[in-house]
Design a protein around this ligand. Structure first.
Ligand code: TYD
Ligand code: MG
Length: 456
């Protein structure tokens, strides 16, 4: 009998090692390597074995596939994140922290999809009754929506082949298991093997499949990261538990652009789409208060106006504090140094707090100028006009660099009634200013602050 081989897999990134290590050499996480036994190869696969359903190569011109094949989920924010609807035979992973609303979103999507065909919703975490209770609260009921409370993947595969649904939802990948492996549900090998089988099912039968995966910080359950390369589309559902807003972000998409986002608001009767995120994020903005500034940030192809807030105050202890929420800490430190050195504002000994309103995360360099202006505004105790927006990347010498898609940003600002936009001189080229908004091109950070604070 062949000896079973064991190896160790990182539950965070999927790295494999023949011996146990305290720290994963790939992702540098501690204590994430877990022991696994290798899955035995299916019996009867001799060398040169060819699957029964193998096909000869096809000419590309003879393959038929059109954009019209996509199914609409009935939730336009979800369709947008998917690149315009669900592609038949695609495998979509929806990741996110527990309790963020993944099951709610998929139940709502399943309800809309059920208008177009039979939908199978496999609930491996909650009982069918629990899902029913939730569904009644969401006001979803449909005769073509089938529930299956099952944790065995083999049963799920069998039932799917019998029911032949138009779409399949697996909630969640960490709680289903295949009996071919001995390891517990949620271990890296189970998660990977189950996802592989679901992929074969999706591609083979042409059933679009949604998989829910919890993102976990401790290494006890395999995170969805190990699945990212297997599936066609990866969507992450993000949000701050203290805020009702949820952002569905496309991280990978074989059928559309990445970095698209969908914005939702969690309400009592489920997730509601937010069609005008800018208005939502600016709703509670204080007017004429120092430290608050509005920036047009681009999320994928979508401009969103968000408010950045800064608070600069004298440090009470030796080492000043730097706290940022929604903004990269290193980026903020860099901008403080630029203000200190190039604009000569004495910030180094000050406590600095930065926040993006609404629990949004800003990763774009285009928001640099906004952060800089918010810091300066709070430090000088001078408010920035409520109808001014600004964007631009700040370089180490204090220069302002051009950013992508200035026209989208300016148009969104003009649409929401802003009348002045400060932007990089380099972005001003070929830009036609929409009605009602004045554009000021600038080259340095000092110039921007002069425009903001020296005009009455
Ligand atoms: P859920 O979809 O169960 O999260 P996940 O599947 O990602 O773990 O969402 C759970 C949270 O959503 C829960 O804290 C309550 C909240 N919620 C509402 O606020 N309104 C609703 O209508 C529903 C169904 C859930
Ligand atoms: Mg859930």
């Amino acid at each position: 009998m062949a000896r079973t081989k064991t190896f160790y897999t990182c539950s965070n990134c999927g790295h494999q090692s023949p011996k146990w290590l305290g720290k994963c050499p790939d992702c540098n996480q501690w204590n994430t390597l877990t022991e696994e036994t290798q899955a035995p190869a299916p019996k009867g696969r001799a060398a040169g074995w060819v699957p029964a359903n193998s096909q000869p190569p096809q000419k590309l011109s003879e393959v038929t596939a059109t954009e019209e094949d996509r199914l609409s989920c009935g939730i336009s924010e979800l369709n947008r994140a998917l690149g315009g609807g669900v592609v038949p035979g695609s495998l979509t992973l929806i990741g996110g922290d527990p309790g963020i609303g993944k099951s709610t979103l998929l139940l709502q999507a399943a309800h809309h999809l059920a208008a177009q065909g039979t939908i199978l919703y496999v609930t491996a975490e909650e009982s069918a009754r629990q899902v029913k209770l939730r569904a009644s609260r969401l006001g979803t009921s449909s005769d073509s929506l089938y529930l299956l409370a099952e944790t065995s993947l083999d049963t799920v595969l069998k039932q799917t082949r019998e029911l032949k649904p138009a779409a399949l939802v697996i909630d969640s990948i960490q709680t289903i298991f295949t009996s071919e492996l001995e390891s517990a549900p949620g271990s890296v090998s189970q998660v990977r093997e189950c996802a592989g089988k679901l992929m074969m099912l999706a591609k083979g039968e042409g059933v679009p499949t949604f998989i829910v995966g919890h993102v976990t910080k401790d290494g006890s359950i395999a995170g969805p990261r190990v699945l990212e390369h297997m599936v066609d589309t990866v969507l992450y559902f993000e949000g701050d538990p203290g805020h009702p807003y949820r952002i569905l972000r496309t991280v990978k998409n074989r059928f559309g652009s990445t970095n698209e986002i969908g914005v939702f608001e969690m309400q009592e009767n489920g997730l509601q789409e937010v069609e005008n995120p800018s208005e939502l994020f600016l709703a509670e903005r204080p007017v004429n208060t120092p430290g608050s500034v509005v920036v047009p940030s681009l999320e994928g192809s979508r401009p969103i106006l968000v408010e950045i807030q800064a608070l600069v105050s004298g440090a009470s202890f030796g080492t000043p504090r730097r706290t940022t929420m929604g903004i990269d800490h290193n980026r903020a430190s860099l901008l403080v140094a630029v203000l200190e050195k190039k604009v000569e504002l004495a910030l180094l000994s000050q406590d600095i707090f930065l926040n993006v309103a609404g629990g949004v995360r800003l990763d774009e360099p285009a928001v640099d100028l906004g952060i800089l202006a918010a810091l300066a505004s709070s430090h000088l105790n001078r408010p920035i006009s409520a109808r001014t927006v600004l964007f631009g990347e700040v370089g180490l010498t204090g220069e302002i660099r051009a950013v992508s898609q200035p026209e989208l940003r300016v148009r969104e600002a003009a649409r929401l009634g802003f009348d002045r936009c400060i932007l990089p001189q380099g972005s001003l080229k070929n830009l036609t200013s929409p009605q009602g908004i004045t554009l000021h091109g600038i080259k340095t950070a000092a110039e921007a602050l002069e425009l903001l604070f020296d005009t009455p």
